[in-house]
Design a protein around this ligand. Structure first.
Ligand SMILES: [Zn+2]
Length: 397
């Protein structure tokens, strides 16, 4: 019963179906984005502005920063009651239902919560958004990684319990708060920051397609604004300039200026840039890649990185594709099919990926030319060969 209502409520809001035909320029953003080292202890101070009575925390298991978040909420009297729910597994409708049910059953005795704070990686944050939207309450996002641009957006990427991409779930509004504690993020293994760089690098190349194609629409159901396009471009420039330095510094757990800038690029610039700038082939190819089980242990941004190289090959921008692939190679991001655990000889597997990437509602159709599975298949092979060339021609530390 509740499962049906979860699905119904979420399938009701599709900004693209509802608004895209109007052709309005739309720019969305969280109400407040705050980034600082040791920010976690001040979260309650900011949340106290909401005058909440009852806050629910949704968190990754094995994370101990959530105790600091809870202590900060209580210390600053941001709420009288704080309940915690642990998320483990995929960001799926089944998990949403499980936690919404648990909150409802507890609410009989304690009243409905007025704010949800999601603490953790991209999937926990996306799950928190889905739950807060179900409950129609304020949402605060506390990312512990800079591995995706999920924190700022008004959408979740939903997966099946098996980990295949299922759909985007859109919400009418962006999170109320995004709290980025840079000292926590700087301590995470650098593969996470690298993955965030792969995801964030896609932002400009996809926004560029949408900005120049008058028929393209963004995830906000509108046309891109100049602001989103400029933020996406700034994001790319920051990554090229500071990305490698930041990865080296994070390896030493050092919160340098480069790390701070790349955290902002991966989280804020990329988040605003992708959502209001528009997506194209890179993310559609990522979505295709998720259906091949060989790629399941690869992170979102790692698959998107290969999607970026494939997209640039598809557009015939070979010089740019080479430049991006070389940068990704230095970041230890995938540049070949082999890096993604795939084989060039697996024709059927690659054709299925290409077919999935071209599904009717996919962002790949934001390109100004018709995109077919054959074209995507060829582009992935071209990207793989270009990646092989980069591997042979580049020396890496
Ligand atoms: Zn992404």
């Amino acid at each position: 019963m509740l499962m049906d209502s979860v699905l119904d409520n979420n399938s009701k809001y599709n900004p693209i179906e509802r608004y895209a035909s109007l052709g309005h320029k739309v720019f969305g953003a969280p109400q407040k984005y705050i980034q600082a080292p040791h920010l976690v202890q001040y979260i309650g101070k900011y949340l106290s502005l909401l005058n909440a009575q009852h806050i629910v925390l949704v968190r990754d298991p094995l994370l101990n920063i959530f105790t600091q978040v809870r202590d900060s909420i209580l210390q600053h009297r941001a709420a009288k009651r704080v309940d915690e729910y642990t998320f483990d597994g995929e960001c799926s409708w089944q998990q949403v239902k499980r936690i919404v049910d648990a909150i409802h059953s507890k609410s009989h005795s304690s009243g409905t919560p007025d704010c949800l704070v999601a603490v953790g990686g991209g999937k926990t944050l996306d799950l928190g958004k889905a739950i807060a939207n179900q409950l129609r309450i304020s949402l605060a996002i506390v990312p512990t990684l800079a591995s995706t641009d999920a924190p700022c957006s008004a959408l979740s990427v939903m997966y099946t319990p098996e980990g295949d991409f299922q759909e985007y779930s859109f919400y009418p509004l962006n999170p109320t708060y995004v709290f980025v504690d840079s000292s926590i993020i700087a301590k995470a293994p650098n593969r996470f920051l690298a993955s965030g760089i792969g995801d964030a690098m896609a932002t400009f190349y996809e926004a560029d397609v949408c900005f120049h194609n008058p028929k393209a629409t963004t995830c906000q159901g509108g046309r891109p604004t100049l602001s989103a396009y400029s933020l996406a471009e700034l994001c790319k420039n920051i990554l090229f300039k500071h990305g490698l330095e930041a990865l080296k510094d994070v390896k030493k757990e050092q919160l340098s200026e480069s790390v701070d800038l790349v955290i902002e690029a991966n989280t804020l610039l990329s988040g605003l840039g992708f959502e209001s700038g528009g997506l194209a082939a890179a993310h559609a190819i990522h979505n295709g890649l998720t259906i091949h089980h060989a790629t399941h242990h690869k992170m979102h941004g790692e698959k998107v990185a290969f999607g970026v190289i494939s997209q640039l090959c598809m557009e015939g921008k070979m010089e740019e594709a080479y430049k991006v692939a070389q940068f990704f190679y230095h970041c230890y991001l995938p540049v070949t099919l082999t890096d993604l655990n795939l084989k060039e000889s697996d024709r059927e597997g690659l054709e299925n990926i290409a077919k999935r990437a071209c599904q009717q509602d996919e962002t790949i159709h934001n390109h100004p030319f018709p995109v077919t599975p054959d074209k995507v298949y060829d582009s992935m092979l071209e990207a793989h060969r270009l990646g092989m060339k980069v591997v042979h021609q580049t020396s890496r530390d």
